[in-house]
Design a protein around this ligand. Structure first.
Ligand SMILES: [Cu+2]
Length: 168
C-alpha cells in the first residue's frame, strides 16, 4: 500500500511542471499549389509532445520535417515566410549535431511509392503552448531528407509543404 501511494505521488508531481497538460494542436498541410495534402497533430504529454503526421502526394523517399518559427504558409513564396527553425541557433541544426539540436528539429518522414507518408514522433524540446506563441509556428516538409548534421537545414532543400499550427 505504501508503494502504491508513493508511485501515485510521483506521477502527480511529474505532471505538475506542465503549463497545460494534455493540450493539443493541429496543422492542415498544403503544398506549393495551395492544395491540402495532409494533417499534423500535436498532443502534450507529461514530459514532451507527441506528433503525428500524415501526408499524400509527395515524392517517394525521405523528407526533412521541422517546426518553423512563424505561423504563416505562403505557397507563392515557397513557404519562406515561415522563416527558420523554432529556436534556431547558428550552427545548431541537427539531431546528430554535437552543437544541436534546435528545438524545431524532428526526424524525417518517409513517403512510400504511393506518395503517402505517415509518422509518429516525440520531442521534449517543445510543447504545444510554446508553439502557439505570439507569431505562431508551422510544420514544414522539405523536398529531400535531413541528414541531421549539415547546416543550416541538413541538406533538405526546398520547402514542399507547410501547415500553420492551430490550438484546439
Ligand atoms: Cu525546415
Amino acid at each position: 500500500m505504501a508503494a502504491m501511494l508513493a508511485s501515485g505521488a510521483m506521477a502527480e508531481s511529474h505532471g505538475a511542471g506542465m503549463d497545460q497538460p494534455g493540450q493539443t494542436a493541429s496543422a492542415d498541410l498544403i503544398n506549393t499549389d495551395n492544395e491540402s495534402i495532409g494533417t499534423a497533430t500535436l498532443t502534450d504529454g507529461p514530459a514532451g509532445v507527441l506528433i503525428h503526421v500524415r501526408v499524400e502526394g509527395l515524392t517517394p523517399g525521405k523528407h526533412g520535417l521541422h517546426l518553423h518559427a512563424v505561423g504563416t504558409c505562403e505557397p507563392s513564396e515557397g513557404f519562406t515566410t515561415a522563416t527558420g527553425h523554432v529556436g534556431k541557433v547558428e550552427g545548431g541544426h541537427g539531431l546528430l549535431n554535437p552543437a544541436g539540436p534546435e528545438p524545431g528539429d524532428l526526424p524525417n518522414i518517409f513517403v512510400g511509392e504511393d506518395g503517402i507518408g505517415e509518422m509518429e514522433a516525440y520531442s521534449t524540446l517543445v510543447d504545444v503552448a510554446s508553439l502557439l506563441d505570439e507569431d505562431g509556428s508551422t510544420f514544414i516538409i522539405h523536398a529531400q531528407g535531413d541528414d541531421h548534421m549539415s547546416q543550416p537545414i541538413g541538406g533538405a532543400g526546398d520547402r514542399v509543404a507547410c501547415g500553420v499550427i492551430k490550438g484546439q
